[in-house]
Design a protein. Structure first.
Length: 115
């Protein structure tokens, strides 16, 4: 069982930055590839970025590439999402996901970008 708790969301002006964190419970964090997804208002959940177990491989959705950076600290059971140059279209609830034999999700954190 893995529990994920996101934090770091909030209200920011366009062009600003936020750093999201996702802390995982348990001792198996390093066994999971980790993902961030987001769900904009009125839309379906969409993939944002992924990082493999060691942190050596990352993938990004085209809409965030060059602006967002995913990283992880396995010693702290934490995955981060650094978001720079934020745009109003980045407004969404952001979810952390642990991708393994069983998928786990956090409760989400709201990010609102004002124009």
């Amino acid at each position: 069982q893995v529990q994920l708790v996101e934090s770091g969301g909030g209200l920011v002006q366009a062009g600003g930055s936020l750093r999201l964190s996702c802390v995982a419970s348990g001792r198996t964090f390093s066994r999971y590839d980790m993902n961030w997804f987001r769900q904009p208002p009125g839309k379906e959940r969409e993939f944002v970025t992924a990082i493999n177990r060691s942190g050596g491989i990352t993938h990004y959705a085209g809409s965030v590439k060059g602006r967002f950076t995913i990283s992880r600290d396995n010693a702290k059971n934490t995955v981060y999402l650094q978001m720079n140059s934020l745009k109003p279209e980045d407004t969404a609830v952001y979810y952390c996901n642990a991708d393994g034999p069983v998928n786990y999700w956090g409760q989400g954190t709201q990010v609102t970008v004002s124009s």
